[in-house]
Design a protein. Structure first.
Length: 68
């Protein structure tokens, strides 16, 4: 199991957090998603077949791009 933490500036409220969790949990291999609205970051636990690139791509597609 791998874990990544991403800073996402577009997180503003619990609705944002819910959207991110719902969308990411639909991705095969995602085990856990925790969103910290105050810190504007998300921690994701995953395993194959999910990859960090897939996760970042999905976040961008749903309008929550990762801060680089």
């Amino acid at each position: 199991m791998e874990k990544v933490t991403y800073k996402i500036p577009n997180i503003n409220c619990d609705h944002c957090a819910h959207t991110i969790k719902t969308e990411l949990m639909d991705l095969q291999g995602i085990a856990k998603v925790e969103v910290d609205v105050t810190a504007k970051q998300v921690e994701i636990a995953f395993e194959n077949p999910a990859t960090p690139d897939q996760i970042k791509t999905l976040l961008s597609e749903i309008n929550y791009p990762v801060a680089e």
